[in-house]
Design a protein around this ligand. Structure first.
Ligand SMILES: C[C@@]1(CC(=O)O)c2cc3[nH]c(cc4nc(cc5[nH]c(cc(n2)[C@H]1CCC(=O)O)[C@@](C)(CC(=O)O)[C@@H]5CCC(=O)O)C(CC(=O)O)=C4CCC(=O)O)c(CCC(=O)O)c3CC(=O)O
Ligand SMILES: NC(=O)C1=CN([C@@H]2O[C@H](COP(=O)(O)OP(=O)(O)OC[C@H]3O[C@@H](n4cnc5c(N)ncnc54)[C@H](O)[C@@H]3O)[C@@H](O)[C@H]2O)C=CC1
Length: 210
């Protein structure tokens, strides 16, 4: 399979998860706050899945999979421990459906990468199914390299860039600021605040000229 990485908006999209065990729980945990409409089909479910159902975050249909369950699915995550059910649900997927086959790397058309999220920063690692364990190990390494301070740092970079867009300084000067903010010193909140103050002044100067 030749694959490409994309970031995808899942709000309101119908996702059918076939199976309610450990793997279904892991895949769901990455989707639970995405705004997708999450439906789990399985006779037995992990306690975390039952709790999400109680909280109204997902809908658990306590039953075995039937082809009609796949109707209008935007995405299917196939994760039962029964190979025959997994094959049957793959066949029932609507055309153009995104299909994650967690039991057989080549059988679906999407994989889930190992994922580090620090606020607006996302780093995904894929080995194309060669070694999910290596993907996980690299994720752990990246987690320490890009620690929690990156969440605040990304918010700073976002705000600084929005402020710069509103100033009248030259394109080169803007780029110089943006490049400067990549220096590690800007991981410090004090440096971020000082720069935001400076940029707000620049912006107000623009207003004065208007
Ligand atoms: C193709 C893919 C499809 C998909 O699931 O999307 C897939 C397929 C399969 N995984 C299997 C096994 C394991 N998978 C993991 C772990 C993870 N697997 C994930 C993704 C993917 N796994 C996709 C490719 C990702 C890539 O390589 O780029 C991660 C990264 C993300 C996630 O799951 O969200 C997550 C790390 C979570 C984290 O970041 O913490 C572990 C280790 C563990 O659980 O600790 C084991 C046991 C060790 C081993 O077997 O290697 C099996 C055999 C099943 C069987 O035995 O029947 C298959 C099927 C096959 O190989 O055909
Ligand atoms: N992609 C990945 O990262 C990994 C994938 N796997 C694969 O995922 C599969 C599932 O693993 P676990 O979640 O650990 O198993 P599990 O035993 O925890 O859960 C299996 C689930 O399938 C459900 N199920 C069984 N028959 C069904 C049917 N006819 N219709 C609907 N649901 C049905 C069960 O009720 C249960 O909820 C494994 O068989 C393995 O092939 C395993 C490890 C990692």
């Amino acid at each position: 399979m030749t694959v490409i990485p994309i970031m995808i908006e899942m709000k309101g999209k119908k996702v059918i998860v076939v199976g309610g065990g450990r793997i279904a729980k892991r895949k769901l945990s990455g989707l639970i706050d995405s705004g997708a409409e999450l439906l789990v089909i399985s006779p037995v479910a992990d306690p975390a899945i039952i709790a999400w159902d109680d909280e109204g975050k997902i809908l658990w249909k306590q039953k075995c999979f039937e082809p009609a369950d796949a109707e209008e699915a935007f995405m299917m995550i196939i994760a039962t421990d029964d190979p025959a059910t997994n094959a049957e649900s793959r066949k029932a997927a609507p055309s153009n459906c995104l299909v994650n086959a967690s039991d057989e790397a080549e059988a679906g058309n999407i994989h889930f990468p190992a994922h580090v999220k620090r606020g607006k920063l996302s780093i995904a690692v894929s080995t194309n199914g060669a070694s999910p364990m290596l993907a996980k190990k690299i994720k752990q390494d990246l987690k320490s390299q890009f620690d929690e301070s990156y969440e605040q740092y990304l918010d700073f970079l976002f705000e600084a860039r929005q402020l710069l867009k509103k100033t009248t300084i030259s394109k080169n000067a803007k780029e110089e600021y943006l490049r400067g903010f990549l220096d590690e010193s800007f991981l410090q909140v004090a440096s971020q605040e000082a720069s935001l103050r400076e940029l707000r002044l620049l912006m107000n100067n623009k207003k004065d000229l208007e």
